[in-house]
Design a protein around this ligand. Sequence first.
Ligand code: ARG
Length: 604
Amino acid sequence: DSSSELESVSSSLSSCLSTSEIPSSPHSSNVIDKIKIEISKTLAKYCNSLTPGDAFSRLRFGKNGQDFVLSLAGLRALDPSAEESISLLLSQSPLICGISTVERRNEFIVFTCDTFYLAKEVLSQIYVQSSSSEGLPTYGFNSHGGGRKVIIEYSSPNIAKPFHLGHLRPTIIGAFLNNLYRSCGWNVTAMNYLGDWGTQFGMIAVGFEKYGSQAELERDPCHHLFKVYVKINADAETDPTIKMQAASYFKRMEDGDESALANWRIWRDHSVNRYKQDYATLNAHFDVYTGESTVGKEWQDKAIDRLETLNVITDVTGMKLVDMTQWGLRKAVLRKRDGTSIYLSRDIAEAVDRHENYAFDKMIYVVASQQDLHLAQFFKIIQLMEFDWSNRLQHINHGLVLDMSTRKGTVIFLDKIIETTSAFMHTLMKKRTEKYAKLENPGAVAQELALTAIKIQDLSAKRIKNYPYRQQRMEAYRGDRGPYLQYTYARLSSIRRRNEHLLPLDPSFLQLSYLCEPGVHRLLFLLGTLPHVIRTTQKNHQPCEVVTFCFRLSRAVMGLWKTLRVAGEPDLEKARARLWLFECTREVLGSAMRLLTLRPLERV
Ligand code: ARG
C-alpha cells in the first residue's frame, strides 16, 4: 500500500537527513514532499553517486513559477558522470508519481507537476486538515515540536513609557513566533518580562514629586510617567544631585522599603493595564507577565561566586566586573557599588528560575540587535556556570526603527500611528460607497486595515534590517502592502457569499479536471507549499517568509478572478470545482495571515 511505502521511504530518507528535512510521520507528510520524495527516488536510481536524501535536499522550488528545479552545475561538482545519468533519465522519461514532465532548461532540470494530481491531492489535504475538529492539525501545521516546552520571551517593554514604534517589533515578531511554535507542535509559554526595575524608577520617583499629577496618571499613565521622566532627565543635565537622589531612591526600593515601593506599584499596575489594551489591539498574547522586579538575589550572588572561582571577576572599589574579553565579549558590570542589582545579573538569575519552574527544552529571547552583546554576555555566563541547559537559549534579534529619539522628541507612539493610519484607511474605504454601506463596523475594519499595513511593512523584510519610521510606509497602497492581503481575503469571502447556493461542496463528487486554466497550476502548487514554508520559518525565524508566501498566493489568485468565474458559470459542476479552489485558497491565506497575527477580514 502506497502510504506505508511512503512511510518507509520517509523514514529511510530521514536517516540520511536531519529529521526536520523530511517529515518522518505520514501524518505530517504533505503532497509537495510526497512528490519530492518520488523525484528523489528516481534521481537516486539513475545517479549512483546520489542518495535519495542528497537528491531531496538538492531539489529546489523554481523561481519563475517552475515547480521543482535541480541545478546541473551542483550535480556535476559532486559527480562528473552525473550528466550522462541525467541524459539517460531524460531520454527514458520514467514514470514519477505526481510529475507530468521532466525537461532540461539550460543548466537546470525542471520537474513539472501534473495539474490534476495537484488539484486532487493538495485540495483534499487542505480540506481534510482544515475541517478536522479542534486539537487536530490545521493544514500546513506539523507536529515536529512533539510537545517539547519552549519559553518565548517577547515584547518586554520598559514600563512607564508609552508603547512606541520601537516596542512594536519585538512584540509582533514574538507574537508571530508564539503562533508559529504552537503550529509546529511545541508547548509554548509566551512570556512578557517587563522592564519594571532599575534606577530609572528612582528617576521617575524623583520626577513625580516635582511634576507628577495623580489625575493625569489615572487618565493616561504611560504618557504621563513618560513626560515626567523626560522632564526630570532634562533637569538632571544641569543638576547632578538628581541622579544621586534617584540612585538612593532605587536603593530603598531594592532594600524593600515599603514607602518607596508603594508608588512604584501603582505605576506598574497602571502601565501594565494600559499595555494589555495595546496587546489586545495588536493580537499579541501572553501566558505569563513577569518582570525584572521579581528576580531573586540568590542566583545573582551565586553567579558572582562562580565567576570568582574562574578568576574573571574584578572588584573595582566594591563594584563587581566580569571580564569576558578572552571570549571577545568585553567587560560587564554585575553588581554596582551600592550593592544594587543590574540588568545583566537579573537576566542570569531569572533564567535559572525559569529553568527550575518550567524545565524548558528551549528558550527564545526576542530582543533588538542593539542588545546582541548583552545577550551574548548573559548566555556566556550561563555557560560558565556549567548549566547543562546553556545551549537551549536562543536570541532572536531584530533591527531598529530609525529616526526616533526620545531626547529629540521624535518618538512615535503606537496609538498615534494606529489612529493616523486608521483615519487614512477610513477615507479610502469611504470612496467605495457601495461596499462601504455594507460594512457593519467600518471603524473596526479601518483599524484592522491599518494594523495590517503597520505589521506587514515591519515583517516584510529580514528581521535584522533596520528601517526608518515614515508614515508613508504605513499608507502606501500599491504593491506588496498589507491591505492587499485583506482585499484578497475579502474577495475570496465574497465569492463564497455570492455562491452560497452551490454549498456545501462534497469533495468526493467534484470534477477537478475542470481546474485546468492557465494560472491554476501555479496557485495549486503554492497552496501545496505552506507546510514547507512553515517548517523553514520555524528554522530561520524569519516572518518575511510567510509574508512572501501570502503575497505570492494573493497574486496567483488575483490572476484568476476573471478567467475562473463561479457566479454566472452555466456548468454547475465547473462552478463547484472553481468555488472549491477559491474556498481552499481562502482557508490557506487566512491561516497564513493569522500566523502573522492578522485578523482576516470578510469584507473591506
Ligand atoms: N526591557 C528591555 C528593554 O526594553 C528588554 C528586555 C529583553 N529581555 C531580556 N530578558 N533581557 O530594553
